[in-house]
Design a binder for this molecule. Structure first.
Ligand SMILES: Nc1ncnc2c1ncn2[C@@H]1O[C@H](COP(=O)(O)OP(=O)(O)OP(=O)(O)O)[C@@H](O)[C@H]1O
Ligand SMILES: [Mg+2]
Length: 326
């Protein structure tokens, strides 16, 4: 995502209908009313920041600031000053005093993003801060007290990091008082299609293109893609598709999802996955043998396998050998 684009979906609230997300919505409402630290976990692009903002907005700090800090994106030498601020002259280049993220989150929410990336020495400082909500700026002596709520997020397994002595257990228990875990998009049932439809409507109207929906193949593509980049990937593919579309419906090609062009209904035809795979293998082999005029050698080369595998498959699928050459 480009730097000048907002991190939060510019158009709407969180979308979700599957049980796991309905549970997340319930958790958001419950924790919003309190000040307890919340840890949001989930793979990249699953909506961790969106959840953090949703909690903030619904809390009684909603009118205060939401201040994110990406612990993984700031060089470690700068991280302490970024978090806690610094006094003029405290290090080379510190020409004036600057308030850190913690101070700017006064009356609001401090969002510690990618908290698993925090170096150990700063984990100690953060832990100390979380005990009293007081801190000193780098190079400063005055103790400053703030009133804020902490939400953190990570796509790392912190328990594993604790086992490797890369994350402090005491800090973990301070941050992970309530855990909200976001499932990957592929496990959210119809939500992928529901979200895709909303994103499509929004982006199409934003750039003034008349697009009604998805072709049946595109629906299949969305349903069967594994979505390693989760909702961020979905947002980006829909944007791309809206730009690329030449007709009033989105095709798998517009989405950059070629495999979606296989429509499982006529193809699978009531077969299970195993039978469908066998059928596909047999059809592919026949087609390749036909193209190479029965040459086992060329067929094996084209299918990147050995001749013995081709011979084995010919027998297995009882492919008629009219013009078998070698
Ligand atoms: N449930 C949802 N409904 C609508 N949009 C969503 C939902 N979840 C995430 N998004 C959108 O998906 C994109 C990624 O979400 P977000 O930045 O919150 O994820 P993340 O888990 O913080 O990602 P990363 O690990 O890459 O930092 C954003 O554009 C966000 O608006
Ligand atoms: Mg994020």
């Amino acid at each position: 995502m480009a730097e000048n684009e907002p991190q939060v979906n510019e158009f709407q609230e969180m979308i979700g209908t599957c049980d796991a997300i309905l549970h997340v919505f319930k958790m958001i409402r419950k924790v919003a009313a309190t000040d307890v630290p919340v840890m949001v976990t989930g793979a990249s692009g699953t909506g961790k920041e969106m959840v953090a903002r949703a909690i903030h907005q619904r809390s009684n700090r909603g009118k205060g600031p939401f201040v994110p800090i990406n612990c993984g994106a700031i060089p470690r030498e700068l991280l302490e000053s970024e978090l806690f601020g610094h006094e003029k002259g405290s290090f080379t280049g510190a020409y004036r005093s600057v308030a850190g993220t913690v101070e700017r989150a006064q009356d609001g929410t401090l969002f510690l993003d990618e908290v698993g990336e925090l170096p150990l020495e700063l984990q100690v400082k953060l832990l100390r801060f979380l005990q009293e909500y007081t801190f000193e700026r780098v190079g400063g002596r005055k103790s400053i007290k703030v009133d804020l709520r902490v939400i953190s997020a990570t796509n790392k397994d912190l328990v594993e990091l604790i086992g490797q002595n890369q994350f402090r257990e005491d800090l973990y228990y301070r941050l992970d008082v309530i855990n909200i875990s976001l499932p990957p998009l592929k496990d959210r049932g119809d939500d992928a299609i529901i979200m895709a439809t909303v994103f499509l409507k929004n982006y199409a109207s934003k750039i003034g293109k008349d697009i009604h929906g998805f072709s049946p193949e595109a629906i299949t593509a969305i349903q069967t893609h594994s979505w390693p980049g989760n909702i961020r990937e979905l947002v980006n593919r829909i944007r791309r598709a809206v730009v690329m579309a030449e007709r009033t419906t989105i095709t798998p090609d517009n989405l950059g999802l070629q495999f979606g062009s296989i429509n499982p209904e006529p193809f699978v035809n009531g077969l299970g996955l195993k039978e469908a795979k066998a059928k596909f293998e047999a059809e592919l082999l026949s087609a390749a043998l036909a193209r190479y005029r029965g040459s086992v050698q060329l067929t094996a080369k084209a299918l990147k396998t050995s001749r013995s595998v081709i011979y084995h498959l010919i027998q297995k699928y009882e492919i008629p050998l009219t013009r078998l050459t070698s």
